[in-house]
Each structure stands twice: as structure tokens, then as C-alpha cells.
Ligand binder design. Structure first.
Ligand SMILES: Nc1ncnc2c1ncn2[C@@H]1O[C@H](COP(=O)(O)OP(=O)(O)O)[C@@H](O)[C@H]1O
Ligand SMILES: [Mg+2]
Length: 243
């Protein structure tokens, strides 16, 4: 079953065409790594899928919701699509538990007790059970990013989108965040992730999409695509990131 289906999606910022006709699907349970040079349209692609950006052409359907339809219910969409960014943006004045249970209470109208129980489970899932009552500034960047993942999971999404979530972290903190993603992968979570961690992409993703100048330039099984790129553009990109 396709959870995400894009057909000929065109996105422009003024005269600048950033997505030049993107067609792709993501199947339930698939882990898709999106790679490519800075400016190739990776973030824009994720943002369009989550309706954070309107598109100028084509159609996007996510978990049965036609994102690009006139009057589409974006709140319903965002309850099913979790997104985590490079900057974790936790509320500094709320402890971990309250950061995580905020959305379930406000959006899902859960009781405080229900939301607390859910928060405890999600925080444990990212390996921070002992930090439930800590405040963001008492946590490392890696721990804060794991809380951001827990916060997103608390909405019980059907798909998770991750945009370079380890890029701002000190190198020694990257592993603990990737480990959380591996755990989600093992549970069968459907994921699209923009990443520069090629080893992670090779070992954990099922599929790699290489974006180049607003188009999908290669799309194939992760290992094959990364080990034997078909196009000179992907070859030179990989040479540059692996240096
Ligand atoms: N809000 C915006 N307004 C104008 N141009 C934008 C905006 N967001 C992104 N862009 C441009 O779109 C192109 C693709 O950006 P982006 O999707 O962020 O690339 P990537 O994530 O692959 O680095 C870039 O040229 C960028 O400058
Ligand atoms: Mg980006």
C-alpha cells in the first residue's frame, strides 16, 4: 500500500523552480533516504508532503489524504505525518514530559493522565526514561533531538519525515540519534529521511532517492544505488560526501 504518492509535483518560489515534476511513491514500512547537494530541493520535497508549502502543479496524496486538493484538512494530515527538523525547538520552559504531551492534549484532546502515560512510553522509546522531568537546557543536543522525536511520535503518526536531524549535532552525539531511528525502522515505521549519513542510508534505508536540480535523478535499492551509482552526478556527489 502506498502511503505517499506524488505525481508530477512542481514547486516554485517566484521564478525559481525548485521541484521540476516529482513523481514517486513510498510504500508502508519503507525507509527512504533522500540525498543530494544543498539546494537540490530535499527539504522542499518533505515540506510539500507535509503541506508546509503549497505546490504549483501536480498532486500529493498521503495516507489517503489528498494534500493538494482545494480545502484539504491540513490538521488531519499533520496528525498523521510526523516531522523532525535539524533544530529541535523544544519549549524551554516545559520539562520533557510536558513537551511531549502538549500536542496529544491540545490536538488529540487526550486527558492529562492519558497524555502522561503516552509521553512516558515515547520518552522511554528514545531511551530517556530517566530524563522525563528534565528541562531542555539540562540535556545534550542529542538528547534534545531524541525528545523532539518522542514528541513527534506521541501524535502516533503513520509516517515520519526527518530533515537532516543529525546535522547540527556534535559528531559524538550523532550515533545515539541514529540508533533511535534504527529502533523505529525495526518497528516497521514508514520513514523518509534527508541525511548525509551515507553509512546509515546504506545499512538502514531500503531505498535511496538522489535529488539533483529539482528532479529525482536516481531512485533505487539503498545499497545498490550507493555502491554502484548509475549517473555521473550521483558518483560525484558521493565522492564529495565520502571524500
Ligand atoms: N522559502 C523559500 N523562498 C525562496 N526560495 C527558497 C525557499 N525555500 C527554499 N528555497 C530555495 O529552493 C531551493 C531548494 O531548497 P531546499 O529544498 O532547502 O534544498 P535542500 O534541502 O536540498 O538543500 C534552493 O535554491 C533554496 O534557496
Ligand atoms: Mg535542506
Amino acid at each position: 500500500m502506498s502511503l505517499v504518492k506524488l505525481e508530477n509535483v512542481v514547486k516554485r518560489f517566484g521564478a525559481l523552480e525548485v521541484l521540476k515534476g516529482i513523481s514517486m511513491t513510498v510504500e508502508k514500512g519503507e525507509i527512504v533516504a533522500v540525498i543530494g547537494r544543498s539546494g537540490s530541493g530535499k527539504s522542499t520535497l518533505l515540506r510539500c508532503i507535509n503541506a508546509l508549502e503549497p505546490v504549483q502543479g501536480g498532486s500529493i496524496v498521503v495516507d489517503g489524504i489528498e494534500v493538494t486538493a482545494e480545502g484539504a484538512d491540513h490538521n488531519q494530515l499533520r496528525a498523521r505525518v510526523g516531522m523532525v527538523f535539524q533544530s529541535y525547538n523544544l519549549f524551554p520552559h516545559l520539562n520533557v514530559e510536558r513537551n511531549v504531551k502538549l500536542a496529544p492534549k491540545l490536538v488529540r484532546r487526550q486527558s492529562d493522565a492519558q497524555a502522561s502515560e503516552l509521553a512516558r512510553r515515547m520518552v522511554a522509546k528514545v531511551g530517556l526514561a530517566d530524563k522525563l522531568l528534565a528541562y531542555p537546557d539540562e540535556l545534550s543536543g542529542g538528547q534534545q533531538q531524541r525528545v523532539a522525536i518522542a514528541r513527534s511520535l506521541a501524535m502516533q503518526p503513520t509516517i515520519m519525515l526527518f530533515d537532516e536531524i543529525t546535522s547540527a549535532l556534535d559528531p559524538e552525539l550523532v550515533g545515539e540519534v541514529l540508533k533511535v531511528l534504527e529502533g523505529l525502522a525495526d518497528e516497521g515505521m514508514t520513514m523518509m529521511l534527508v541525511t548525509h549519513e551515507m553509512n546509515f542510508a546504506k545499512n538502514v534505508a531500503n531505498r535511496v532517492i538522489f535529488m539533483h536540480e529539482g528532479r529525482i535523478h536516481e531512485d533505487g535499492p539503498a545499497r545498490e544505488t550507493l555502491l554502484a551509482p548509475k549517473t555521473p552526478e550521483l558518483r560525484s556527489f558521493l565522492a564529495a560526501v565520502l571524500h
